[in-house]
Ligand binder design. Structure first.
Ligand code: ASP
Ligand code: MG
Length: 407
């Protein structure tokens, strides 16, 4: 028998009707002679609600008691789904993370999976049961409950697929797959049939929703095939696989925009070793990650350093930077929350020259000014004024003919 791990995200288990539909889908897969292991998330919004409750009770606590609380949403949905499947006459076995066990390190709220013992699940499958596992949670070696970071149900599923040697890890949610661009922005966006781990990682890191970044990393490391698909249609979604070189001539696989970006410029910084280090260290110390960085040397030995951070960090970052700017004798600090980042991603870039030039030309032609740039081997990102975000996505989708590239 083939074995599959199916993970249902919060958006697929919001109502009793949806849970019934999913139960039917799981049973169908079981009747098609599959060994089925299902990972389930908390209902959409439930984990947020638990986090709010925790914060209300005790604002800065994020240790083991916190994880005990915020992992509770999964216990509710696994219970509901199990009741439904068994009421339809099928044998079902349920596991919370610790019962498997899924062993993790002790970094609460963002623990990493160290080991999964698949023996009990294997035995259940051999006895013809459908196995359900609560996502997002594990247990550390001292016996306390841990969670795997927001969206961590994806990692639970990928790790279980690896531990069980499953053929595929199917991630079901309310989206049909990974698209060449956000279909809400770009009419011509189309579903990508196959994408490599590296491209998927870049897209997710640049703001694409769909799969938790840590889950993609785990899948890449252990070569687990992921199938991102809709819980509500039978259509195939997007396969995330190891090496998938795009067709000849295809440069860009996907385009993604992120509006959660802001910019800080430190002007008139004495151009000597240590100034930039001081500013960035101050931010890192407060757990603020800096994305793009530009430094230009002005006149009289003074430089301007501009960098981007997430909008949510802007106030804190502005405060810290203003403080350090004084210490390093910089002239002035400017903050701007009016930017967004637009990125083009594609393995095809490795073999093509002039990709950035083509991107910048298309933007210039539409009068979109580029404020910052960053690149990797398979990505070019630009920071632009926020109001041009959608236009930029459409223009680039057109310029690179992403709609016409097929398998
Ligand atoms: N329930 C958790 C969250 O909302 C994990 C998940 O959905 O995958 O982050
Ligand atoms: Mg979720």
């Amino acid at each position: 028998m083939a074995s599959v791990v199916q993970k249902y995200g919060g958006s697929a288990v919001t109502s009793p009707e949806q849970i019934r539909k999913i139960a039917e889908r799981i049973i169908q897969s079981y009747n098609d002679r599959n060994d089925v292991v299902v990972v389930i998330s908390a209902r959409a919004g439930e984990t947020n609600r638990l986090i709010e409750m925790a914060q209300e009770m005790c604002p800065r606590q994020t240790g083991s008691e916190y994880d005990l609380l915020i992992s509770a949403g999964e216990q509710v949905s696994i219970g509901l789904l199990a009741l439904c499947i068994s009421s339809l006459g099928y044998k079902v076995r349920t596991y919370l993370g610790w019962q498997v066990p899924i062993i993790t390190d002790s970094l609460h709220t963002r623990a990493s999976i160290e080991y999964i013992d698949p023996a009990k699940i294997r035995a259940d499958l051999n006895h013809g049961a459908i196995v359900l596992v609560a996502g997002f949670q594990g247990i550390d070696r001292s016996g306390t409950i841990t969670t795997l970071g927001r969206g961590g149900g994806d990692t639970s599923a990928v790790a279980l697929a690896h531990a069980l040697g499953a053929e595929v890890c199917e991630l079901y949610s309310d989206v049909d797959g990974i698209f060449t661009a956000d279909p809400a922005i770009c009419d011509d966006a189309r579903k990508i049939e196959k994408i490599s781990y590296d491209e998927m990682l870049e897209l997710a890191s640049q703001g694409a929703r769909g799969v938790q970044i840590r889950a993609i990393e785990y899948a890449k490391k252990h070569n687990v095939t992921i199938h991102v698909r809709s819980a509500f249609t039978a259509e195939r979604g997007t396969l995330v696989v190891k090496e998938h070189m795009p067709m000849e001539g295809v440069v860009v696989t996907g385009i993604v925009a992120d509006k959660n970006e802001a910019k800080i410029a430190v002007l008139g910084v004495p151009d000597k070793p240590g100034s930039a280090a001081k500013i960035l260290t101050g931010l890192a110390d407060k757990d603020i990650s800096v994305d793009m960085i530009v430094q230009n040397v002005g006149q009289d030995g003074l430089a301007d350093i501009t960098f981007s951070i997430s909008k949510t960090d802007l106030e804190k970052a502005h405060q810290i930077t203003t403080q350090i700017a004084k210490e390093v004798n910089a002239r002035e600090v400017l903050a701007d929350r009016n930017i967004s980042k637009v990125s083009i991603v594609g393995l095809g870039m490795k073999n093509h020259a002039g990709v950035a030039a083509r991107m910048f030309t298309a933007l210039a032609y539409n009068n979109i000014n580029i404020q910052m740039i960053s690149t990797s081997e398979i990505k070019v990102s630009v920071a632009i004024e926020e109001k041009y975000t959608e236009l930029a996505v459409r223009v680039l989708h057109e310029a690179f003919k992403v709609d016409q590239c097929s398998e």
